[in-house]
Design a protein around this ligand. Structure first.
Ligand SMILES: [Zn+2]
Length: 107
């Protein structure tokens, strides 16, 4: 992309980046991510796709609530003295508890 200074008439080349998701061209000034990396993959995301990605992350983070809800239901069942002979439900409760504790430690 070229930008011309009206006062001086000097042309300036501004680097543009291709968004890896929607393939649109955008400049660093517009925001988004330029020259980012996903592991070893170089990535660029335009402002629109970047904000979309944040919404997606928030959506997936919402699963944590679901795990807590599942745990609550399992606890309700266990409170009624219901479980398999080998205590599978109790094991599942234990795993879920660790999972929920582990994921909140990351924050
Ligand atoms: Zn995009």
């Amino acid at each position: 992309m070229k930008i011309i200074n009206i006062k001086t008439g000097i042309e300036k080349e501004i680097p543009t980046f291709n968004c890896n998701i929607c393939d649109c061209k955008f400049t660093e000034q517009e925001g988004g991510i330029t020259n980012g990396v996903f592991g070893m993959l170089p990535v660029s995301f335009c402002p629109t796709c970047l904000s979309g990605m944040f919404s997606m992350v928030e959506y997936f983070k919402g699963e944590e609530m679901t795990k807590k809800e599942i745990l609550e239901r399992i606890q309700n069942v266990l409170n009624q003295d219901v479980d398999t002979e080998s205590g599978d439900l109790d094991l599942l409760r234990h795993d879920l508890e660790n999972d929920i504790i582990g994921s909140s430690d990351d924050e």
